[in-house]
Design a protein around this ligand. Structure first.
Ligand code: ARG
Length: 590
């Protein structure tokens, strides 16, 4: 809709101001006031400009008036008016909204996919570190990154979902040396031998910090490991360690239904020397305190790209990865999802890339690199989320707990329903488990996504498993309720899509319809600003508007039944897509 209106206003601006040397970009925004559903805000800027050069316009209102007069009639528009500082309010026609929704019902929600100015995007997300526990920060990265990837995929963008696992670096020499000490036979190194990689990491670190001879051996092992393409026993041990970690990570990805392609730090290692050399040839690299660095305007400390000892680090890898993604993978947008603590690192890497001419200076143009930062997960005590024994919370435990709590709830609900004689579906134990898993995981995801990602959020099972309010549980129930309204009507809804006709006469029908139609614009905004919370807000409002509609507009047995069923169907269609974009699988019955 916004695009259609923008096209209309583009034409009217041209017609109203034929002497303007350049095309005027129409500024159209949703407005949701009693004066209109959209507005065009060009008048103010134009009037300011005209005044500078002398103009016959007496005020900004008159400029708005001219834009309005030149607007071609359209069946989408019911009326226009001028408001405030010259903006043109547009009230859409009920018929136009209804038609557009019915068309979507027939042609599919894919026809409502936004159009984005990019073709291929890398989303670098999740990215845990080998031999370390995946913590709640990685959970946030996984959930937020997956949702961003899904929104972009829906918008017909090719998405390369990259898991930039930390599988390289000096710590591996330490781990391997310790591994050999414990298991002199490489064959003995298996999952059962080191079931707890985390504990193993800690033990080896302790040894590294306290035993000088061990430390030296570990450093030597790191050197051996880094001989490219080497097939040494070091390399074998490293592969084993990665494999064990990978299995742990995969369990989580499976629970969450998240798909990622692993291209860890080690993948980019062979590209580092070439990239550093190129940067060096451009004169960007300087020697500073024996390290090789890039100085970046606005930062006191430089970006270290080769350490004192000649080794590479996190930044060297990220520079090589960025180079690869731009030049080999030809991505036009590269998105990194990590906690805000890494903001400075990415700012520096992106600035270096701009200095090298890999990226344009202007952030508004492509190719582009964006850091999607997020805040901390807090416990209910307001402190960093930890277990009682102040350990990092294990993600598997957390997801399990959501499931278990939800199962208890579901059983309780079922008992309650039976006691009160409410005729409802009687679920078997197995079905209840399935539902609890879907709802439990959905609750964890939604609680994370609904907040503006930059703010810290408090992890509370009680809050996220609530049946009321802005939670996945409430939305899943709402969805199932609408599905059952449609089912109970005993109408062939597929047929109605073409034979029936949608009319939005009641004010609550119109509000719901208008909101449905805005879906595409909302996804576009969520993609452009990389904010899944924008979609969650929309989703929650959708369920609220539906509730209001259903309260005030009877569906079954009325003259409007067909039309209202179509509105129900459009609501479930959009809801289903919202769930999908948030990585949640809804059920028709719950
Ligand atoms: N492994 C890092 C961590 O756990 C995240 C990596 C993010 N991606 C990147 N290209 N640096 O903090």
């Amino acid at each position: 809709m916004k695009r259609q209106l923008a096209n209309l206003f583009y034409a009217s601006l041209r017609a109203a101001f034929p002497n303007e040397p350049d095309d005027i970009e129409p500024l159209v925004a949703a407005s949701m006031t009693k004066f209109g559903d959209y507005q065009c805000n060009n008048a103010l800027g134009l009037f300011t400009k005209f005044k500078r050069n002398g103009t016959h316009y007496v005020n900004v209102h008159a400029v708005g008036q001219d834009i309005m007069i030149n607007l071609s009639p359209s069946e989408m528009i019911e009326s226009c008016s001028i408001g405030g500082p010259g903006f043109v309010n547009v009230k859409l026609s009920n018929n136009g909204i209804a038609k557009s929704i019915q068309k979507m019902l027939v042609d599919g929600i894919e026809t409502w996919a936004p159009r984005l100015p990019v073709e291929r995007v890398v989303v670098d997300f999740s990215s845990p570190n080998i031999a370390k526990e995946m913590h709640v920060g990685h959970l946030r990265s996984t959930i937020i990154g997956d949702s961003i990837a899904r929104m972009l995929e829906f918008s017909n963008v090719e998405v390369l979902r990259r898991n930039h696992v930390g599988d390289w670096g000096t710590q591996f020499g330490m781990l391997i040396e310790y591994l050999f000490e414990k298991f002199p036979n490489v064959e003995d190194i298996n999952e059962t031998a080191i079931s707890d990689l985390q504990a193993f990491y800690k033990e080896s670190k302790k040894r590294f910090d306290t035993d000088v001879a061990f430390k030296e051996r570990a450093q030597k092992a790191t050197g051996e490991l880094f001989i490219l393409g080497g097939e040494s026993k070091y390399r074998q041990a490293w592969t084993q360690i990665c494999e064990i970690s990978r299995k742990e990570f995969d369990k989580i990805y499976e629970c969450l239904g998240v798909h990622l392609e692993e291209m860890g730090e080690s993948f980019y290692n062979p590209y580092i020397p070439k990239v550093i050399e190129a940067l060096s040839n451009q004169g960007l690299i300087e020697v500073n305190e024996d390290a090789r660095v890039i100085f970046i305007e606005g930062f006191k400390i430089p970006l270290i790209v080769v350490k004192k000892d000649g080794g590479y680090n996190y930044a060297s890898t990220d520079l090589a990865a960025l180079w690869y993604r731009l030049n080999e993978e030809k991505a036009d947008w590269i998105i990194y999802v990590t906690d805000v603590g890494q903001q400075q690192h990415f700012d520096m890497v992106f600035s270096a890339a701009k200095r090298a001419g890999w990226l344009p200076d202007d952030d508004g143009t492509y190719p582009k690199a964006s850091h999607v930062g997020f805040g901390l997960v807090l416990g209910e005590d307001g402190k960093r989320f930890r277990t009682r024994s102040s350990e990092v919370v294990r993600l598997v435990d957390l997801l399990d707990e959501a499931k278990v709590r939800m199962l208890e709830e579901a059983k309780e609900r079922q008992k309650e329903r039976l006691k009160n004689g409410i005729i409802a579906i009687h679920w078997t134990e197995e079905e209840l488990k399935q539902i609890a898993e879907i709802v439990g995981y959905a609750a964890v995801k939604y609680a994370d996504l609904k907040n503006n990602r930059l703010t810290n959020y408090t992890f509370s099972f009680k809050q996220m498993l609530n049946h009321k309010g802005n939670t996945a549980v409430a939305l899943l129930y709402a969805y199932a309720r609408i599905c059952s309204i449609i089912e109970k009507s005993d109408q062939n809804i597929q047929e109605l899509k073409t034979t029936g006709s949608l009319v939005l006469d009641h004010v609550d029908e119109r509000i719901l319809g208008l909101h449905l139609m805005r879906f595409s614009e909302v996804v576009e905004e969520a993609c452009s600003n990389l904010l899944p919370s924008v979609l969650c807000d929309y989703f929650y409002n959708l369920s609220e508007y539906f509730t209001k509609f259903y309260l005030n507009c009877q569906v079954s047995g009325t003259a409007e039944e067909t039309s209202r069923l179509l509105l129900c169907e459009a609501t479930v269609t959009v809801m289903r897509k919202c769930f999908h974009l948030l990585g949640i699988v809804p059920r028709d019955k719950i």
